[in-house]
Ligand binder design. Structure first.
Ligand code: ASP
Length: 590
């Protein structure tokens, strides 16, 4: 080894020892006759003092050193002179008096400072990702990720899970996204698909008798671009045999609590994860991935509003539509412009308008364009139902259930931000269960699975598949945290007949099903055990635990929102010879 110690590990107990360090020059200060070098490696920083009086050679070498040079220093650990300790640094009590300085490599000036967490344009960070990763914040994040994954492996290993790798070159898997395709040179005209998840393979491992499987699995989905989405991402993919829903939920809850306590920089809001049905989550929060760090719940006021003299409400209620409201504490003095902004957000979610009632802070008088359509009793009933106080603002949306929920959910998130309700860092996990088996809206006359087509209906709802498929609830479960879905899974169908029936309801003919999933359907004929699983998204969990706003901050080499790699310049054109070998030609878009 070119070093005996790490820079960051030196403490007062090393005083008197001769050590050799190697790392990067974080900072260099020339005090005339004495040069101070902050030497940095992954473990931290140590102060090196190069005194011409101690070693002229070391001083001469240090004189030419610049930021980010790679340097080896041999010297004696010594206590810093009284008054010069740095309590903000773990190595702040000591310094290393250099006897020898060797420049192992030079470095060009870096495009952004490495020694500070300055805001740097992200395209520059991604272009020079290896320098960005050299910064403390990114090293902290990747170490956190390593520790979390190690915790997961140890936790599951101790509970009888085995890690199995499944292929990356595979066949189309149905997670509802577009596949990434890889052309086969050996079989011209044929393609592999990169797995959207190891879903089928983990179910086949259950048929194969492995009982408890997991994998830190890379998944690939060619979805529409979105700011915080990556074409490839990592899941903790798991599957268990002979389990019921609560077995999976309890195990994952124990894993999450243990992992957060062991590695997270952000603490848990609560150790027992609340369980909400899909219906309850959407009614109370307008979404199936509610942020439970704060209240601001949606409240149904259909009965009060429907009997008011405001025609739109009365007509909507008569037509089976909804009227719901949210109370924003202390926002009763919002300006016209602030209210317009909120209305614009509601409109962006499909709402035609946003009604409001402002309770005056001093008089308690209720103002707003629609106030005059309500009787005094109705206004009192409204404020009581919403627990609204003087100074509060009541926002009301009326439309179809979906529009009302989307609009008020967006407003809830925005109000929480404005009111600073998410400033305190904490992780509020919750389970959402009892999802409908199928999406509400039909796709081309067929049902679309809410989760994926292998999710089992609740046993007592199986008869409804014939009479009222839209009413069937499933054994799907999602884990949500701070407004994100961080895991999804289900108890699976293990019966070939039931699987075939679901496929037909979602518009797969038996022939199509056999072509795409023949292997799975066939496997189910050879003694498939009851099984279920889940797949927590590693990237999002790491971002939450690191307190980072986006998943790129916890991935070593992420792609941009445009799905490009700015450092390696991918995707890129290939040689004509490569296309020839694959018998492919590039065709202009018609
Ligand atoms: N494969 C599923 C997904 O990626 C998770 C699961 O059902 O286990 O969403």
């Amino acid at each position: 080894m070119l070093k005996t110690h790490s820079c960051g590990e030196l403490r007062s107990e090393h005083i008197g020892q001769t050590v050799t360090l190697a790392g990067w020059v974080n900072k260099r200060r020339d005090m005339g006759g004495v040069i101070f070098i902050d030497l940095r490696d992954r473990a931290g920083k140590a102060q090196v003092v190069v005194d011409a009086g101690r070693s002229a050679d070391a001083f001469a070498a240090a004189a030419g050193v610049r930021g980010e040079y790679v340097v080896q220093v041999t010297g004696q650990v010594s206590r810093r002179p009284a008054g010069q300790e740095n309590t903000g640094l773990p190595t702040g009590e000591i310094e290393v008096l250099a006897d020898r300085v060797v420049v192992l490599n030079t470095a060009k000036p870096t495009p952004f400072p490495i020694d500070r967490d300055d805001a740097v344009d992200e395209t520059v960070r991604l272009r020079y990702r290896y320098l960005d990763l050299r910064r403390e914040r990114m090293q902290r994040n990747l170490v956190l990720r390593h520790n979390a994954v190690k915790f997961i492996r140890d936790f599951l290993g101790a509970r009888g899970f085995i890690e199995v790798e499944t292929p990356i070159l595979f066949k189309s898997t149905p997670e509802g996204a577009r596949d990434y395709l890889v052309p086969s040179r050996v079989h011209p005209g044929k393609f592999y698909a990169l797995p959207q998840s190891p879903q089928q393979l983990k179910q086949l491992l259950m048929v194969a008798g492995y009982e408890r499987y997991f994998q830190i699995a890379r998944c690939f989905r060619d979805e529409d671009l979105r700011a915080d989405r990556q074409p490839e991402f990592t899941q903790l993919d798991m599957e268990m045999s002979f389990v019921e829903r609560d077995d999976v939920l309890n195990l994952i809850e124990e894993l999450m609590v243990g992992m957060v306590k062991a590695v997270s920089l952000v603490p848990l809001a609560h150790e027992q994860f609340p369980r909400l049905s899909y219906a309850e989550a959407t009614e109370r929060f307008g979404t199936d991935r509610p942020d439970l760090r704060y209240g601001l719940e949606l409240v149904d006021i259909g009965d009060i509003a429907g009997s008011s003299a405001f025609r739109v409400f009365a007509e909507n209620v008569a037509a089976g539509k909804r009227v719901k409201a949210i109370c924003a504490p202390g926002c009763g003095t919002y300006s016209r412009k602030q209210l317009d902004d909120l209305e614009a957000m509601a409109r962006a979610q499909g709402a035609k308008a946003l009604a409001w009632l402002a309770i005056q802070p001093d008089t308690g008088e209720i103002r707003g364009p629609i106030a005059k359509f309500f009787t005094v009793d109705q206004l009192i009933a409204l404020t009581e139902r919403l627990d609204a106080k003087p100074g509060d603002l009541i926002l009301i949306a009326s439309d179809s259930k979906a529009i009302v929920h989307n609009a008020l959910s967006a407003l809830r998130t925005e109000l929480a931000r404005r009111l600073g309700l998410t400033d305190e860092k904490k992780l509020a996990f919750a389970w959402v269960i009892d999802f409908p088996l199928f999406e509400e809206a039909m796709e081309e006359g067929h049902f679309a699975p809410s989760h994926h087509m292998f999710t089992a209906p609740k046993p007592e709802h199986i008869p409804l598949l014939d009479s009222d498929p839209a009413a069937v609830l499933s054994q799907q479960y999602d884990l949500v945290c701070n407004g994100y879905e961080v895991a999804g899974g289900s108890i699976r169908i293990h019966d070939q007949t039931l699987q075939a029936k679901i496929m037909s309801l979602i518009g797969f003919s038996m022939e199509q099903a056999r072509e795409q999933f023949g292997h799975l359907l066939e496997a189910f004929e050879f003694g498939a055990p009851p099984h279920g699983g889940i797949a927590p998204g590693i990237d999002r969990l790491m971002a939450l635990m690191a307190g980072e706003p986006n998943i790129r901050e916890v991935m070593a080499f992420p792609k941009t929102a445009q799905a490009t790699d700015l450092m390696a310049d991918a995707p890129s054109v290939v040689l004509p010879r490569q296309l020839d070998e694959l018998q492919l030609a590039i065709k202009a878009k018609s």
